[in-house]
Design a protein. Structure first.
Length: 276
């Protein structure tokens, strides 16, 4: 009788060539990590998922008071709370994803050091968790529209496009910070500062239309300016002007950040298990 023996072939570079296929094969791990993080985030909190509504709502109230009541800034002809919240939605998504993805690899150090899987799964699942918060927070925007009797026009159907751009921005920055945070632990202290600063220099509490025309293109070097303007244009309809040069610049920068983020993450990924 002949015995059939299985032969293990170790092929150099196979992991590299099949990385994106492996990413699909490990999709169940992706789902597991995302669901685990969603449950852990609100575990042992008295009001649970309601925090995803309370935090952006209180931020909106503060911004409306400061920028509308005190500073008397224009609102593009729409209720100021809607103007603010249409920008707060993408900003909160970006800021949460930036923070969570940046710390995601450190938070899963034990898994990374013991098991092989495409490490991209971890920051990607962190971005998905932030997207769930984004969807929950959208309930507030719907409530504000009903309260003020505000109805969007046909441009609301372009909103998925701007959500996709916000997703790309969050993913790109998240990959950069996640990879850098493994090597340079100082980044965990830099991230909250950048998020806080970005909240005030981005047009969240005010319309970007108040920026002088000669500075608007330069202002759009902040990629979130184009994303926020896109959200407002889609949600507020004809009540807001769309600055195309600034949006195209922001879109280009988002794509650069995403592509370079993927490249840098893949380049440094091999060293994560050794240095984490």
């Amino acid at each position: 009788m002949q015995s059939h023996q299985s032969v293990l072939i170790i092929e150099a570079g196979r992991t590299e060539r099949h990385y994106w296929r492996d990413l699909w094969r490990y999709r169940e791990l992706f789902y597991f990590l995302a669901w685990r993080d969603i449950l852990v985030r609100y575990k042992q909190t008295v009001i649970g998922f309601a925090w995803a509504l309370i935090r952006p709502f209180l931020t909106m109230v503060v911004f409306v008071f400061v920028f509308s009541k005190l500073a008397k800034l224009p609102s593009d002809g729409v209720p100021y709370p809607i103007l603010v919240f249409a920008a707060l939605l993408p900003w909160q998504f970006f800021a949460n994803a930036f923070t969570e993805a940046g710390n995601s690899l450190i938070g899963n150090a034990n898994m990374i050091s013991k098991v092989y899987f495409p490490r991209l799964v971890i920051p990607a699942s962190a971005v998905i968790v932030s997207f769930v918060d984004f969807l929950i927070s959208g309930i507030i925007l719907l409530g504000l529209m009903l309260w003020y009797g505000f109805a969007p026009d046909w441009r609301i159907f372009t909103l998925p496009l701007f959500i996709l751009i916000a997703f790309a921005a969050a993913m790109g920055v998240g990959l950069w910070t996640a990879a850098l945070n493994v090597k340079y632990r100082d980044f965990r202290y830099i991230i909250p500062f950048v998020v806080q600063l970005g909240l005030y220099v981005s047009p969240v509490g005010f319309s970007s239309a108040i920026i002088p025309e000669q500075w608007r293109l330069l202002y759009s070097i902040n990629p979130m300016v184009g994303v926020i303007d896109g959200f407002r244009w889609a949600i507020l309809g004809g009540n807001t002007q769309f600055y195309w040069p600034g949006f195209l610049l922001s879109l280009f920068l988002v794509m650069v950040i995403l592509v370079t983020g993927i490249v840098y993450f893949r380049k440094t990924e091999k060293t994560f298990a050794d240095v984490i």
